[in-house]
Design a protein around this ligand. Structure first.
Ligand code: UDX
Length: 426
């Protein structure tokens, strides 16, 4: 087994460090946040990820996993140094890789000869080469190893991936990184670095395109009188299409899709190709937010001015606490602009910090729907699908639900006397 340093203890770094320790390696995970390092060494997980608390506890108790501040001393005994650093979107849509440049500057003289830098951060095509040149160490290889971790199920996605992507110019370095994953049963896609970097952006962009396509298809179904669930059943049965990521919703969001889509459009433009298809997908996603608001106005059959609107769900999807680029927040801002009075509840959002100040945040579904004129379901939390809607109905001013996740049973809701609308279901 190997000695690994993981730099960055965020969503990707923490999952990577904990899972590599679980696979039998000895891992030191580095972060600049001293408080977070202390919490992690005490077994406290600062993010909402299934299975992560148990794996963290296991790694700590077996003493194969520890957390420290400061990269330079951590890397001196490492055979592998994973870069799991934030690469946020800059103002111009380009990716900001300054965190990576800073770390490379910090470790380039102390990283041992023969060790391998493994870049798991999502970085523009060509970053592998620029890391190699700024390193100025021809005795240290740089290998791209992009991640495909969905928030909320990152541990499962790490340990049971559809494939492991490796991008290297040095075949031996590629084999060294591949060997880290020996106990994982998954196809290896071993390619050149630019192709590995492109696979990451292509994957997220294609998934976002698939979601925008099904959202548009739901609108078509409404127009032609088809049922989106029947259509996607037939569509998804085609092995060339597949049934996953065909669930209509309020639009895609999160910390990755929006950033990666903008980055790929920008990269292509800078390289001389106008990626108009992807621009159209980004535009279609913006329009989906507006479409949800238009459907709310149809349901109210008039203006939203002064209307008590309840939002059930604020996170960008269920089983996470992440509000970053959440469609629910985009839609909330559009509703506020139209004069709606918003009350919201999300099982994983306890503080109003980061929310539009006009939102009255409450702590239960019951509180949220009391006296509402219209209730929107924006995140598919099980708490909402399992709720006793008959009981909830009686506390509403008007029993009206716009289900932007097709999370509820349409006929059951109509039976209960709700004015009900959703996305593309007959
Ligand atoms: C995504 C990629 O899936 C992951 O591989 C990558 O490493 C990081 O970005 P994540 O951001 O956690 O993961 O979200 P994901 O589960 O992919 O969902 C993205 C968005 O699409 C969410 O807003 C979600 O609600 C939406 N979505 C997804 C749909 O609306 N319908 C679907 O069928 C699937």
């Amino acid at each position: 087994m190997s000695n690994v340093t993981v730099i960055g203890a965020g969503y990707v770094g923490l999952t990577t460090a904990t899972c590599l320790a679980h696979l039998g390696h000895t891992v030191t995970c580095v972060d600049i946040d001293e408080a977070k390092v202390g919490q992690l060494n005490n077994g406290q997980v600062p993010i909402h990820e299934a299975r992560l608390p148990e794996l963290l506890q296991d790694g700590l108790s077996k003493q194969v996993l520890k957390f420290v501040v400061g990269a330079s001393q951590a890397v001196t005994a490492s055979e592998f140094v994973f870069l799991c650093l934030p690469t946020p979107q800059g103002d111009d849509g380009r990716v900001d890789i300054s965190a990576i440049s800073t770390v490379i500057e910090e470790i380039r003289e102390v990283i041992p000869p023969g060790s391998t830098i493994v870049n798991k951060s999502t970085t523009p095509v060509g970053t592998n080469a620029s890391i190699q040149s700024s390193l100025q160490r021809d005795d240290v290889a740089v290998v791209s190893n992009p991640e495909f971790l969905r928030e909320g199920v990152a541990v499962t996605d790490f340990l049971q991936p559809d494939r492991i992507v490796i991008g290297a110019t040095d075949p031996e370095a590629a084999q060294r990184v591949i060997s880290l994953y020996d106990s994982i049963d998954a196809p290896i896609v071993n390619v050149d670095p630019p192709s590995a970097e492109t696979i990451k952006y292509a994957t997220n962009s294609f998934l976002a395109t698939k979601v925008s396509f099904v959202n548009a298809l739901a609108a078509v179904c409404e127009a032609v009188g088809a049922d989106i669930e029947s259509v996607t059943r037939g569509l998804g049965a085609d092995q060339r299409i597949g049934s996953r990521f065909l669930q209509p919703g309020p639009g895609w969001g999160g910390s990755c899709f929006p950033k990666d889509m903008q980055a790929l459009v920008r990269m292509a433009t800078d390289a001389g190709y106008q990626f108009d298809l992807l621009r159209a997908v980004i535009e279609a996603n913006e329009q989906q937010f507006e479409r949800i608001v238009a459907k709310a106005e149809q349901l109210i059959d008039g203006s939203l001015e002064g209307v008590n609107v309840t939002l059930l769900g604020l996170t960008f999807k269920a089983h996470t606490d992440d509000l970053r680029n959440s469609p629910a927040i985009e839609i909330a801002n559009l509703l506020i602009a139209k004069g709606a009075k918003l009350t919201a509840y999300d099982p994983m959002v306890e503080s109003p910090a980061g929310l539009p100040e006009e939102i009255n945040l409450v702590r239960t579904t019951e509180q949220a729907v009391a006296r509402s004129d219209l209730t929107l379901i924006l995140t598919e939390w099980p708490e909402f699908t399992r709720a006793n809607w008959g009981a909830l109905r009686d506390s509403m001013t008007v029993p009206r639900v716009l289900d932007a996740r097709n999370a509820l049973d349409r006929s059951a809701m109509v039976e209960l006397g709700f004015q009900y609308d959703d996305l593309g279901r007959t």
